[in-house]
Design a protein around this ligand. Sequence first.
Ligand code: ADP
Length: 348
Amino acid sequence: MKNPTPTIIVRFSAMLVAVIILIALIVLKIFIFQNLDWRLIILIPFLVFAAGYFIFYYAIEIFIYRKIKLIYKLIYDTKSPQKSKTKKTELKNNIIDDVESEVLEWTKDKKKEIKKLKKLGSYRKEFLGNVFHELKTPVFNIQGYLETLIDGGINDENINMKFLQKADKNVNRIIKIVDDLQMISNLEDGSFPLTKEKFDIYMLAAELLESLEIRSKSKNISLKFKEGCEKSFFVMADREMIHQVLNNLITNSIKYGNEDGNTQLGLYDMNENILIEVSDNGIGIAHNHLPRIFERFYRVDKGRSREQGGSGLGLSIVKHIIEAHHQTINVRSTPGVGSTFGFTLKKA
Ligand code: ADP
């Protein structure tokens, strides 16, 4: 018999003992006690069967069932407490198979959990390493400028002001990193209140294009709307935050854009949402970097990013802001051709 249930095992064992007793009684009657009553020979194995059945049943109940219950308690207490209450251990069912499959499932869950924790652990380590690395450079720079000034540079008219300004620039860089990290952390734990209002995303984008014109002129990059997109599109969102999102995306398109390039803004009506796209014909991003560019401190070309005053936190903030609005952001890019960042906002 394949996979017998505990009840079948109990029945079979009791029956086996009863049959052995029956055979023994028959042998006894034939060879020793010839006057033994046949009714007794039938009754005794029957009683043995009944008693054996209960003894085996309770033995299994006490030794196996309770141990199994303990296993369930252990795995479900740490997995899902509700399930342990509803779970009934029936001796009529194939309990060993049930336990085996549940323990296997539990082991799989635990393995997944451990993998996740390990990933989180290494992510945390990498994150701390990045914070340390990003802050180390400006702190050492400041230390260098101050030491030079203390060692007499303060009286040297040629360098004193220049070094103080450089120290100040580094202090500002530290403040920017700390502020950005604070903002990401607040957005992550939901303690950054969104003030949603109805506003015209076209107007906001037009204002931004104007304010970034000086910056784009330095690389002779043209900033404009795509054809047919120069009209009002009302959205329901936190205006200030979306200002930051657009500012980061357009600034990036200039930072990583080519001389004489162009950045175009597209606004599209998508039934419930408005899709906003920022496209450039800049350096582009290689396929293998794309899944990671929204991570904190992730930069494709660290040197180029630092040169532009970047810390690798901009896109992470952008993603957090869009996700706080329960919307999505995506990127399409080809090295040497350009990039398009698109995000959605709820239509007002
Ligand atoms: P950073 O401060 O380095 O600009 P971001 O988080 O804004 O940080 O961007 C992360 C990285 O993504 C950048 O370092 C850059 O390598 C890449 N990137 C972002 N925007 C663009 C773009 N428009 N074109 C090419 N690469 C980009």
